[in-house]
Design a protein around this ligand. Structure first.
Ligand SMILES: NC(=O)c1ccc[n+]([C@@H]2O[C@H](COP(=O)([O-])OP(=O)(O)OC[C@H]3O[C@@H](n4cnc5c(N)ncnc54)[C@H](OP(=O)(O)O)[C@@H]3O)[C@@H](O)[C@H]2O)c1
Length: 292
């Protein structure tokens, strides 16, 4: 069985590639990316590295040739992803790929405060379900690694500014997401299944502040702000407005419960408990203390 990974040059794609190389012979691993030269190390280990860009449909014919299963890594081109993902699904059908696994997000619904970050994923899920392909959907919680920069700022200031209210989130490490994806790609029994891939523990803002305090050794308290005040604060310290609005939208989604999902699927797929946010922060403690 030959397994394709799209977006193999990204953080997640590389981790999936590493895990696949532990599970199947390297010549059975096809890594598709816009930047093949960046994956020279994988090619040297025997993986097939091919050029492929969802904005260049013709490139996908060759890129997807000969694959039986494929991980479709959602792109980061917010606002253009439905078209890109549809192109990839159509190309997978045309190339005879039987089974596509898609990286979605928990609660990918149109009413989510995350807007296209969520609904584009939900729309792609629909495209897959209506396609001629066998599919599996992996709905990831928020990446634990993305908590590191705000955690470092909170440690530096001694304050965690939040508009998340009493809402909770369940960070999951990219490695666990990647290992779950590799497990689905290389074992049977996942056709037509949708899995929520989450970390082991839900965190409110106060639980986050307590964790930041414990890991850093510096006291961090919670300061609750409205969506508007958080956006203004972020802009006032130099955050570009679109990014500030995204952070506020994420907090609003947390407040309304869209990320409050704890599910055992990750452990069932990988055979070991997922890393906790504490594990991720401890492994990056120097970065946690480095914010200026
Ligand atoms: N759950 C979460 O918390 C969370 C947070 C942020 C993002 N995400 C989603 O998860 C995905 C993977 O995360 P990551 O951390 O690995 O992201 P990343 O490192 O920023 O990588 C971006 C990914 O998008 C791919 N891509 C961009 N434009 C493309 C195109 N035209 N055609 C094909 N692929 C394209 C890249 O592939 P190449 O560079 O190899 O071509 C790469 O895999 C993101 O792209 C995003 O959809 C999830």
């Amino acid at each position: 069985m030959t397994v394709i990974v799209t977006g193999a040059g990204g953080h997640l794609g590389r981790l999936v590639a590493e895990e696949l190389l532990q599970r199947i012979p390297p010549e059975r691993v096809v890594l598709v990316t816009r930047r093949p030269r960046a994956l020279k190390g994988f090619a040297a280990r025997g993986a097939q590295v091919r050029y492929g860009d969802f904005d260049d449909p013709a490139s996908l014919r060759q890129a997807f040739a000969g694959g039986q299963r494929m991980l479709l890594v959602s792109t980061d081109a917010i606002g253009r992803r439905v078209r890109q993902h549809r192109t990839a699904v159509d190309a997978a059908v045309a190339a005879g790929v039987g089974h596509v696994v898609f990286t979605s997000v928990v609660n990918p619904v149109a009413r989510s405060p995350l807007g296209p970050i969520a609904w584009e994923q939900g729309r792609t899920e629909e495209i897959l379900r209506r396609s001629a392909l066998t599919w599996t959907i992996l709905r990831f919680g928020s990446y634990a690694e993305l908590q590191l920069p705000p955690a470092a700022v909170a440690v530096k200031n001694g304050r965690l500014y939040t508009n998340g209210g009493d809402g909770r989130m369940v960070p999951v490490s990219r490695r666990d997401c990647a290992d779950a994806a590799a497990a689905v790609l290389t074992t049977d029994g996942h056709a037509g299944r949708t899995y929520d891939i989450t970390g082991p523990e839900a965190f409110s803002a106060s639980a986050l502040a307590a964790l930041f305090t414990a890991v850093s050794g510096r006291s961090v308290g919670v300061v609750e702000l409205s969506d508007r005040m958080l956006t203004l604060l972020l802009v006032s310290i130099g955050t570009p407005l679109p990014s500030a609005l995204s952070v506020a939208a994420f907090g609003r989604a947390v407040r309304r419960g869209y990320f409050d999902v704890v599910d055992p699927a990750c452990e069932r797929l990988t055979g070991r408990p997922p890393a906790s946010l504490r594990d991720v922060l401890v492994s990056r403690r120097a970065d946690l203390l480095a914010a200026r």
